[in-house]
Write a protein that binds this ligand. Structure first.
Ligand SMILES: *Cc1c(COP(=O)(O)O)cnc(C)c1O
Length: 382
């Protein structure tokens, strides 16, 4: 049946988006759902901003018209924002020509793959565990994914293996290296050694540095972009800017690289309402980002309180989530983690079971207290 479908798609399954707690394990209907599985901000936009957006929708946006496809206003605002984290020497400042806007950074990842590796021209390199979309999207395009491992202690990339993969992968060669800074799910920022390795990669390899959690980590390579025409930074409005519902991400890179991304972009990839929301977020960034110190303080509480539990190993975090594993016992850890995740879900706490551990998003103080309590109680029953 359906013999016209590409044969390799039979091996793939559709990505299962997070259902937001309403499907899967039964949850009592009066249970509060704590959504700590997708690394979003726990805070919706402030009411005033929501009203401004609604007003804009009612008075300004014309539903019958295509969106502005140039994104000039949004790109200008983003350039200004990015430059705030770059020292003000003239030649390291970025401009509109350094930016491409995506329907979430997921779309930009796909554009990067299309612009670099398609037609059997290239493979990608990732260090697992890491953000799954690079591999998932590469698979849907028939692009080979070469993987290396990370240290079990601190999740640093095995750079010897990575270098070897680059030297030895042929037909097709590795054209893109994807790293996350700080990494998901393990929450560690790139080390000085890893950054040096990336700096020394030849210019015929694209280095994509995904800074989805920049606002939490305050670590960026933006100031180095001008020196590296083969580097690209990805950022998103889905995390610190509280706009996951609107699907807006952006790439920052050399103008020629941006031109290549623009060639494969769909013309009106960002709906008018999303553009407006992102522009508002940029213009109100101080107010929106003011929630970050509180989230970081909450994160430290989570790390401290969960680290004290003998059954848990918790890693330090440079992002708005924490990663932990169970300390070794005679029991099968993946069986235990599955039980734990399911039991928490039945109580209303959604967390992510991933790469032999658990990833828990920092939520509101109440959500965090509930997760700590439930995690401790459930661990006793395992
Ligand atoms: C959440 C996340 C993104 C954001 O993706 P969007 O498509 O912009 O929502 C990108 N990269 C990483 C590593 C993430 O964790």
């Amino acid at each position: 049946m359906l013999n016209f479908i590409r044969s390799d798609l039979a091996q793939l399954t559709a990505y299962q988006p997070h259902p937001g707690g309403t499907s899967g394990e039964p949850v009592k209907s009066d249970t509060i759902i704590d959504r700590l599985d997708s690394n979003e901000s726990p805070f919706d936009l402030p009411q005033e901003l929501k009203e401004k957006l609604a007003w804009n929708y009612q008075q300004v946006i014309e539903n019958n018209r295509y969106p502005d496809g140039s994104y000039i206003a949004l790109k200008s605002a983003i350039a200004e924002y990015v430059n705030e984290s770059v020292p003000s020497t003239i030649n390291s400042q970025i401009t509109l020509d350094n930016i491409s806007i995506g329907n979430g950074s997921d779309e930009l990842i796909r554009s990067v793959l299309i612009a670099t590796c398609l037609r059997g021209e290239g493979a990608i390199l990732v260090a697992n565990p890491t953000f799954s979309m690079y591999g998932i999207l590469a698979n849907t395009l028939g692009i080979p994914v070469v993987t290396v491992e990370r240290s079990e202690n601190d999740f640093a990339i095995d750079l010897d293996a990575a270098q070897q993969a680059i030297n030895q992968t042929k037909n097709p060669p590795i054209r893109v290296v994807f790293v996350v800074h700080p990494n998901s799910p393990t929450a560690n920022a790139l080390t000085a050694k890893e950054l040096d390795w990336l700096r020394n990669l030849p210019e015929n390899i694209l280095v994509v540095i995904d800074e989805a959690y920049f606002e939490f980590s305050q670590t960026t390579v933006a100031q180095e972009l001008v020196e590296h025409p083969n580097w690209m930074i990805l950022r998103t409005f889905s995390k610190a800017f509280r706009l996951a519902a609107h699907r807006v991400g952006y790439a920052i890179a050399h103008p020629q690289l941006i031109t290549a991304l623009e060639k494969v972009r769909l013309p009106y990839n960002l709906p008018s309402f999303s553009q407006t929301a992102a522009l508002f977020a940029m213009n109100h960034r101080q107010e929106l980002l003011a929630s970050i110190p509180q989230l970081l303080a909450e994160r430290e509480q989570l790390v401290k309180q969960l680290s004290a539990h003998p059954a848990l190993k918790v890693w330090p975090s440079a992002a708005n989530f924490i990663y932990l594993r169970l300390t070794p016992t005679n029991n099968d850890p993946s069986f235990q983690l599955t039980g734990l995740t399911k039991q928490l879900k039945s109580q209303g706490t959604l967390i992510r079971q991933i790469s032999g551990g658990l990833r828990i998003t920092v939520g509101t103080p109440e959500e965090n207290q509930r997760s700590i309590q439930r995690l401790k109680t459930t661990l006793e029953s395992l």
